[in-house]
Write a protein that binds this ligand. Structure first.
Ligand SMILES: [Zn+2]
Length: 226
């Protein structure tokens, strides 16, 4: 009888130890996830009635922006980084009755960003210029933000993976609404020029968009590990 009791006590003790060690495991791994989990806002420029720049190949900037943004989102999530997208489809953030849709759309983006308080914001756009020879990805940051500058320089460097001959440098700007009004490091990535026939042709391909998304993801990860 006594032996039976001792045996039962031993079983209970073992069960207790297993439960405790399991919970320690949970606690430690949960803690790791929390610490490493940073939020990044991916802003896909334009959308809905605002097509953005129109390419020499008639491509709409808004579609290319969204395609690349979604690819970046997928990659970041795979790497356990939390992502908030300003838009998930071809739509504007302005409301139905808004009189100045463009202004309301930008205001809504800024509000979403400032409420989310992310570690950083990457706004994806495509460029255009009257000289068709001009090409290459370029990153913009707010002139008065040192964090923005560092973030932009790291991203510009990461974009060399797409084109190692790209000599463009991260550039300061103090007029873009998104850069002026957001309270966290925000950069605008102009992935390429839709006015350059060669670049415009590449920007609409899945293959080139994948390359850009890889580079942008890499850039975000270097910024987050700073
Ligand atoms: Zn744009």
């Amino acid at each position: 009888m006594r032996k039976k009791v001792e045996f039962l006590l031993l079983i209970l003790l073992l069960a207790g130890l297993i439960t405790v060690s399991r919970n320690i495991g949970k606690y430690v791994s949960g803690d790791k996830v929390e610490k490493g989990k940073q939020v990044v806002v991916i802003d896909s420029g334009h959308g809905g009635n605002d097509p953005g720049k129109i390419g020499v190949n008639d491509a709409n900037e808004k579609d290319i922006n969204l395609a690349i943004a979604k690819k970046v989102e997928k990659r970041l999530k795979k790497n356990k980084i939390e992502v908030v997208m300003t838009r998930e489809d071809d739509s504007t953030l302005a409301k139905e009755g808004d009189t100045n849709k463009k202004v309301q759309d930008m205001k809504a983006r800024v509000q979403l960003i400032n409420e989310t308080k992310p570690a950083m914001v990457v706004s994806i756009h495509q460029n255009s210029y009257q000289d068709a020879d001009i090409r290459g990805a370029q990153v913009f940051y707010y002139s008065h933000s040192q964090d923005g500058k560092n973030t932009a320089e790291l991203m510009q460097k990461a974009l060399l993976a797409v084109d190692k001959d790209n000599t463009r440098q991260a550039k300061a700007n103090d007029t873009y609404y998104l850069l002026r009004r957001t309270e966290v490091p925000t950069i605008i990535v102009e992935c390429g020029f839709l006015s350059n026939p060669e670049e415009a042709a590449k920007l609409v391909t899945e293959e080139y968009q994948d390359k850009l998304a890889d580079a942008i993801t890499q850039g975000i990860q270097s910024c987050l590990s700073q």
